[in-house]
Design a protein around this ligand. Structure first.
Ligand SMILES: Cc1ncc(C[n+]2csc(CCOP(=O)(O)OP(=O)(O)O)c2C)c(N)n1
Ligand SMILES: CC(=O)[C@@H](O)[C@H](O)COP(=O)(O)O
Ligand SMILES: [Mg+2]
Length: 641
């Protein structure tokens, strides 16, 4: 389906083309860019509201700054669709987030305009500051460095680490704080309250405007000395105490708040800021989903709505004829409520993913027992540890790849102190369209090496429920990891009575001979599918769902290695250090000898695509498992034939 850009946008391949249009035409460019994003995302999917919210900012940035020489870093990057469309990728933007197509986030090897790879939040200020300091070292004093960071991303500690440094650097850095009061869900915390105060305080803004207008009357293009600018601002501060502004307390020159949808004001402001040296912050106020009414009204749903009818706003859902299995996240969301109703010590914590993790169900039903702490994974873990010291049984739900942010906290604050925090790592394994920044590839490797931890992976929804139930029993006093994938399970009838699972025990799914297939977690269902195929060939592989990677079911492994000389391991996690490695370690440590093949995520970066495309590419989907069995049994198959 060919999507045609508007007449002005159709003439713009790169920012150099954009800079040929008049300032007055920028309104039209912005509207055509907004419409193009709506046209493409409605048909091809992807993130939506965030890009609409920065259409004017994106246009103004590439109009005013000499990108890519002037370096622009997008925080998270889910809002960079307009950036990609204006920087040489309009014609193939329909491949966004598709297998072998454009990445859904800025990526250095995709374009020189993508100055820094993003996907995880709150990295932009550090990265842009690094570039700015490098420019100073290289004598490139005319080079501009801009970080665009949202109010959600600004809640992360890493952003403040960068502010702390930026404020005392004399780097030529412009931080643009895109304040729309939203994260994926509504933004939370004291920073959000503060930003609301300063965007609504009339006094502050009027005075700020007076100073701003005064600044604006100075000869345009005259380079401000730090002295001149600070004298002016000192006058301003005399009236409004400097403590009224958090960013000025970090020694940044603060400007705004201004309307982030007023393209002329943005252009004029950015032009002026180019002439002000040193670290500065421009605070803009925008609406997430701007220009598409439904996306403005329901900003969480329209953060990433899927495919939709752009005229009616109907979001397309897969037609369902038979009862569908639930998403694993929803099984978590409903189960934690059931458990919390039985166990009053249970609490739920999420770092900014109430909807994505489905902890929102508990937040709605038990608001005092489920907390969104903002994009603050490190804080989420140590808060959970603090709660656990007081007898609370905390389910800390963090996407596997976002958990990477809080690795030391798991060791230092939870494992060493043997605090029984339950880590529910959603999005474990290859997540699909979000690609390598979001694949939960490494949690088996980085969690199983930590002493005192239990590390488990359910093969289906019932198993997830039983692992959650087991983890919160008083008898379990250890930190407990339960990792599960994005998307649906396999059991429409998932809500079964709880059963305690003996920690460190696996399940024999089917008896067999000649070869044993050992799986961890959801990929056990790929093995089940493969076995159906193999049975038809007269082969009889045994299948074990090992369920725990720490502690391993050693009794089961002794039985396996005493009866099978050929073993395959299957996992949706990194082969180096993962589940298969654990099995090899067991085999070697116990003096067994067998032919072992490990199927899982290879030791390389796996790009984006549909999960099934990626499982096939990495060689652990059902056909690949069946093929590996046939390959290992080829001598026997010859005999059978
Ligand atoms: C470390 C990390 N945690 C969580 C996320 C998930 N996430 C993606 S976008 C987003 C909200 C970002 O809010 P904001 O920065 O205000 O951008 P907006 O969507 O409002 O434009 C979150 C929580 C992430 N990308 N990285
Ligand atoms: C940009 C970002 O990090 C989030 O929007 C993420 O894409 C959400 O992932 P899910 O769609 O798996 O919840
Ligand atoms: Mg926001």
């Amino acid at each position: 389906m060919n999507i045609t850009p508007g007449p002005l946008l159709g003439q713009i391949q790169y920012p150099a083309d954009l800079r040929k249009v008049s300032k007055e035409q920028l309104h039209q460019v912005s509207e055509e860019l907004r419409q193009y994003i709506i046209d493409v995302v409605s048909v091809h999917g992807g993130h939506f509201g965030a890009s609409l919210g920065v259409v004017e900012l994106t246009t103004a940035l590439h109009y005013v700054f000499n990108t890519p020489y002037d370096q622009l870093v997008w925080d998270v990057g889910h809002q960079a669709y307009g950036h990609k469309i204006l920087t040489g990728r309009r014609e193939n933007f329909h491949t966004n987030r598709k297998y072998k197509g454009l990445s859904g986030f800025p990526k250095r090897d995709e374009s020189p305009y993508d100055t820094f790879g993003v996907g995880h939040s709150s990295t932009s200020i550090s990265a842009a500051l690094g570039m700015a300091i490098a420019s100073q070292q290289k004598g490139e004093f005319d080079r501009q460095h801009i970080a665009v960071i949202g109010d959600g991303a600004m809640t992360a500690g890493m952003a403040f680490e960068a502010l702390n440094h930026a404020g005392v650097s004399n780097a030529n850095l412009l931080i643009i704080l895109n304040d729309n009061c939203m994260s994926i869900d509504p933004n939370v915390g004291a920073l959000k309250e503060y930003l609301t105060d300063i965007t609504t305080s009339h006094t502050y803004n009027k005075l700020r405007d007076d100073v701003w207008n005064l600044l604006g009357k100075l000869p345009v293009g005259k380079r401000f000395t730090r002295e001149m600018a600070s004298r002016l601002e000192a006058g301003f501060k005399g009236v409004v105490s400097s403590s009224s502004n958090l960013f000025e307390s970090f020694k940044l020159r603060y400007f705004g708040p201004i309307d982030g949808h007023n393209i002329i004001k943005l252009v004029d402001t950015l032009q002026d800021l180019k002439d002000i040296p040193g670290p500065k912050l421009l605070h803009i106020v925008t609406t997430k989903g701007k220009g598409y009414a439904l996306a403005e009204q329901d900003q969480t749903t329209w953060h990433a709505p899927g495919l939709f009818d752009k005229i009616t706003g109907e979001i397309f859902k897969k037609p369902v004829t038979t009862p569908q299995p639930p998403k694993y996240q929803d099984v978590f969301g409903h189960t934690i409520i059931e458990l919390a109703e039985q166990n009053e010590s249970i609490m739920g914590i999420t770092p900014a993913m109430p909807s994505g993790s489905s902890l929102k169900f508990m937040m709605e039903k038990m608001p005092h027992r489920a907390i969104d702490v903002g994009i603050c994974e490190q804080h989420a873990v140590t808060l959970s540890a603090g709660l656990a010291t007081q007898g609370m049984r905390v389910f800390c739900n963090i996407y596997s790849s976002f958990m990477q942010r809080a690795y030391d906290q798991v060791i230092h604050d939870v494992a060493i102190q043997k605090l029984p925090v339950v880590f529910c790592l959603d999005r474990a394994g290859l997540v699909g369209d979000d690609g390598p920044t979001h694949h939960g590839a490494y949690d088996v490797a980085f969690m199983r090496c930590i002493p005192n931890l239990v590390v488990s992976a359910p093969m289906n929804e019932e198993e997830l429920r039983n692992l959650m139930y087991t983890a919160q029993l008083p008898a379990n006093e250890l930190p407990f990891v339960i990792r599960y994938p994005r998307g649906q399970g396999v059991m429409p009838e998932w809500r079964q009575p709880f059963k305690e699972i003996k920690i460190g025990t696996g399940r024999k799914i089917r008896d067999g001979k000649d070869i044993a297939i050992l799986s961890l977690g959801h990929p056990g269902n790929f093995v089940t599918e493969a076995c159906k195929e193999l049975l038809a060939d007269g082969l009889q592989p045994a299948h074990y769902d090992m369920r725990f990677v720490k502690p391993l079911d050693t009794a089961m492994l002794h039985e396996i290695f005493q009866n099978f000389s050929k073993v395959i391991t299957v996992e949706d996690s990194s082969l180096p250090g993962g589940f298969g490695s654990a099995i090899l370690e067991f085999m070697a440590m116990n003096g067994y000898h067998a032919e072992v093949k490990m199927l899982g995520i290879p030791d390389r970066i796996v790009e984006h695509g549909k999960p099934e495309e990626l499982h096939r590419e990495c060689g652990y989907d059902a056909p690949a498992i069946a093929a590996k069995v046939r390959e290992m049994l080829k001598s026997k198959i010859t005999v059978i034939a």
